[in-house]
Design a protein around this ligand. Structure first.
Ligand SMILES: Cc1cc2nc3c(=O)[nH]c(=O)nc-3n(C[C@H](O)[C@H](O)[C@H](O)COP(=O)(O)OP(=O)(O)OC[C@H]3O[C@@H](n4cnc5c(N)ncnc54)[C@H](O)[C@@H]3O)c2cc1C
Ligand SMILES: *[C@@H]1O[C@H](CO)[C@@H](O)[C@H](O)[C@H]1NC(C)=O
Ligand SMILES: *[C@@H]1O[C@H](CO)[C@@H](O)[C@H](O)[C@H]1NC(C)=O
Ligand SMILES: *[C@@H]1O[C@H](CO)[C@@H](O)[C@H](O)[C@H]1NC(C)=O
Ligand SMILES: *[C@@H]1O[C@H](CO)[C@@H](O)[C@H](O)[C@H]1NC(C)=O
Ligand SMILES: *[C@@H]1O[C@H](CO)[C@@H](O)[C@H](O)[C@H]1NC(C)=O
Ligand SMILES: *[C@@H]1O[C@H](CO)[C@@H](O)[C@H](O)[C@H]1NC(C)=O
Length: 589
């Protein structure tokens, strides 16, 4: 089974579209993205944005100042100072990877509390398999610290640049239907959180939430509105090994498989390539630790890419969006990209150096997550993470939404109907990027976690640099998103998506009221809340922004042609399979 030796190294025309995604085939030194909070006067007069340099509404936020506590004491002092002055507060991480406006303090004159310097391991109890870390620790360092003590976090997001506080706040996950499942918050057994308090208590207090404290179910997935999480304790497992193989199959039984695959393999996921009519099944299971193999995940999509290539690739992608390109060319580019990634085994290697064939066997902590584009020092922007906003490179939307496992087969059958109407449309939207990645997340007791077992669907797709510019074949992705959310009871990933996906989302959480009661107790003045969090939590207003072009931007679902781009030929029309959807369609179809 040793087909795909790193063959793309030899293919000279390697290629433009591949790069649209920022995939590069060599490892190089690289620069991390800019810190997302920038101040003009020391630590005051600041702006904050996300890692893409642009929230869903294309704005950035302003804050009066920023503080970088190094200890829990300094954290308490920062919260107390703001509380006594009734000033808005928000926790920001160094890189703020969430797509929506989660890292903005309310108003324009709030204070940002950065967790960048809260990055230490506090305590490890190897015998009890417990680890306590500060909340600003990056997942990469957390995984490494645990492994050094012989411990493993059973499941994690695939990108290790995220912080513990941020990934918990948004309910981030990897993939598993086994045990406690794919979401990281399922492994949390304790949280220390700093919240506002009354004057008599000094305006701030540390709340220590143990495993039996019902408030832990609020704090585990909090959208950052309860206070600042200082430390988190996780219950881990002994170091383990796993064995991974990708198996590509025709998508004729995909609807049945989506409900089954996660039950068959502990770390299963699937990637659908709609135009190609194939599903890539990740067959990934725990094996005995004595099994030979020292495999490594260093996913191509999370490696640093030379800036020049990212810019060239973006230009190619822009061209693909126009009539200068044909569906045939777009689909050829999409196929080339998929097969190149496949031949490169996506960046997995058997020994940390080269890929010699499946299975890739190795330690869990070397395989569960990657992200080498964050690792190296500044190199003057010769290379960067693909999404770095300082260059005109890859710029995209990322939608992640989950539907109950019980409804996944029906959703897949409906998506296939949309595909069958005109498969070529998917070459730009889904096949042309990474395909649709499908992962498993189990039911959670967390109030803003998944109320039952869910499958998570994830897509990235073209985003224009300017407001209101139509996306080619936007209608198929828009119809799928609305169908998942509205017909199949889906919920958006808290840290991804465009605005419309959050409209009404909170009503799908049976324990939302319990969450809001805890919020009222912890932060009665809503200092940690912002306009965005109030809209998303159904407290005040709607996340939708209704204006010209809003549906092109995903700020609304269209109800009028002007919400699309009639001057570019895009009008508001019903979905083709899910007739209740309202999507921006190119009129000549
Ligand atoms: C390249 C990439 C890959 C990704 N891969 C995955 C994946 O595989 N699976 C997945 O589920 N998601 C994934 N995500 C999305 C990611 O999970 C979310 O965007 C996540 O929230 C980002 O974490 P962050 O540390 O950057 O937090 P931020 O985006 O900075 O913050 C998110 C929220 O958490 C709050 N917060 C942060 N720290 C604290 C704290 N200490 N106390 C209280 N509140 C806090 C912030 O105020 C904010 O509201 C990915 C994102 C990117 C960019
Ligand atoms: C810059 O910040 C300092 C406080 O740190 C303040 O005294 C000073 O007035 C600020 N400068 C301007 C131009 O606002
Ligand atoms: C504050 O920052 C803005 C840019 O964000 C800048 O234009 C302005 O001059 C700054 N003001 C001070 C007092 O530094
Ligand atoms: C932030 O600004 C406010 C209002 O100007 C001020 O009271 C507070 O002390 C400042 N905090 C920090 C950490 O600079
Ligand atoms: C932790 O943060 C400090 C201060 O920002 C930094 O110097 C140090 O390198 C960080 N540690 C790690 C492991 O990133
Ligand atoms: C498409 O072609 C036209 C001329 O035919 C050219 O002006 C335009 O710049 C091209 N667009 C892109 C994105 O290449
Ligand atoms: C990106 O492109 C835009 C317009 O195409 C240009 O105005 C801007 O200066 C470019 N930015 C960088 C960092 O090159």
């Amino acid at each position: 089974m040793s087909q795909g030796q790193t063959r793309a190294m030899e293919s000279p025309q390697l290629p433009i579209l591949l790069l649209a995604l920022g995939v590069l085939l060599q490892l190089c030194s690289c620069s991390p993205p800019a810190d997302t909070a920038v101040c003009t006067n020391g630590t005051s007069n600041c702006t904050v944005t996300n890692t893409y340099g642009s929230y869903t509404d294309r704005t950035i936020c302003h804050a009066a100042n920023i503080t970088y506590p190094r200890t829990e004491e300094e954290l308490v002092a920062a919260v107390a100072a703001a509380t006594s002055a009734k000033r808005k507060l928000k926790v920001a991480t160094k890189h703020a990877h969430s797509v929506p406006k989660l890292s903005c303090p309310g108003g324009h004159e709030g204070t940002i509390i950065s967790t960048a310097r809260l990055n230490r391991t506090v305590h490890i109890d190897a015998a009890k398999r417990l680890i306590t870390v500060e909340s600003g620790m990056v997942l990469r360092d957390f995984i490494a610290a645990a492994a050094a003590a012989g411990l493993a976090l059973p499941n994690a997001p695939y990108f290790y640049g995220l912080s513990i506080g941020g990934l918990l706040a948004t309910g981030a996950h990897g993939s598993s239907m086994w045990g406690k499942g794919g979401a990281v918050h399922e492994y949390v057994v304790g949280i220390r959180i700093v919240t506002p308090a009354s004057a008599s208590r000094g305006f701030a207090m540390v709340r220590e939430l143990g495993v039996d404290d019902p408030d832990l179910d609020a704090a585990k997935v909090s959208l950052g509105v309860l206070g600042v999480i200082s430390q988190v304790t996780f219950a881990l497992e002994p170091l383990l090994k796993r064995s991974l193989t990708f198996v590509k199959r025709d998508d004729s039984d995909f609807a049945a498989q989506v409900a089954q695959w996660g039950l068959l393999h502990e770390f299963a996921d699937l990637t659908w390539h709609p135009r190609e009519g194939k599903v890539m099944y990740r067959q990934d299971d725990r094996v005995d630790v004595s099994t030979p193999g020292n495999g490594l995940s260093d996913l191509l999509i999370f490696r640093a890419s030379p800036t020049e290539m990212l810019i060239t690739a973006r230009a190619a992608e822009e061209m693909m969006q126009t009539k200068n390109s044909t569906d045939t060319a777009r689909c050829a580019a999409a196929n080339l990209q998929a097969s190149t990634l496949e031949q490169q085994a996506y960046g997995f290697t058997n020994d940390g150096v080269s890929f010699t064939g499946y299975p890739v066997v190795g330690y869990h902590h070397r395989i569960q997550a990657s992200g080498t584009c964050i690792n190296s020092p500044e190199d003057g922007l010769l290379t960067s993470c693909a999404w770095d906003p300082r260059i005109n490179g890859s710029f995209y939307y990322n939608s992640g939404f989950s539907v109950p496992l019980s409804k996944a087969s029906a959703l897949v059958a409906d998506m296939q109907k949309i595909r069958d109407l005109n498969p070529d449309k998917f070459c730009t939207g889904i096949d042309g990027r990474l395909g649709m990645v499908i992962r498993y997340v189990r039911a959670s007791s967390a109030y803003l976690g998944k109320p039952e077992d869910y499958v998570d669907l994830d897509v990235i797709y073209y985003r224009s640099h300017a407001y209101g510019i139509s996306r080619l074949y936007a209608d198929v992705v828009d119809e799928i998103e609305q169908m998942a959310l509205n017909k199949y009871g889906g919920v958006p990933h808290w840290g991804k998506n465009r605005d419309f996906a959050f409209d009404g989302a909170i009503a799908k959480y049976p324990n939302a009221n319990k969450f809001l009661l805890v919020k009222d107790r912890y932060d009665p003045d809503g200092l940690f809340s912002s306009e965005w969090s109030d809209q998303v939590l159904g407290i005040n207003g709607s996340p939708n922004i209704i204006k010209k072009g809003c549906a092109i931007e995903g700020l609304c679902v269209c109800s009028h042609d002007s919400h699309c781009a009639p001057e570019q030929g895009y009008f508001c029309r019903p979905g083709k399979v899910y007739r209740e959807a309202r999507v921006c369609s190119f009129i000549k179809e």
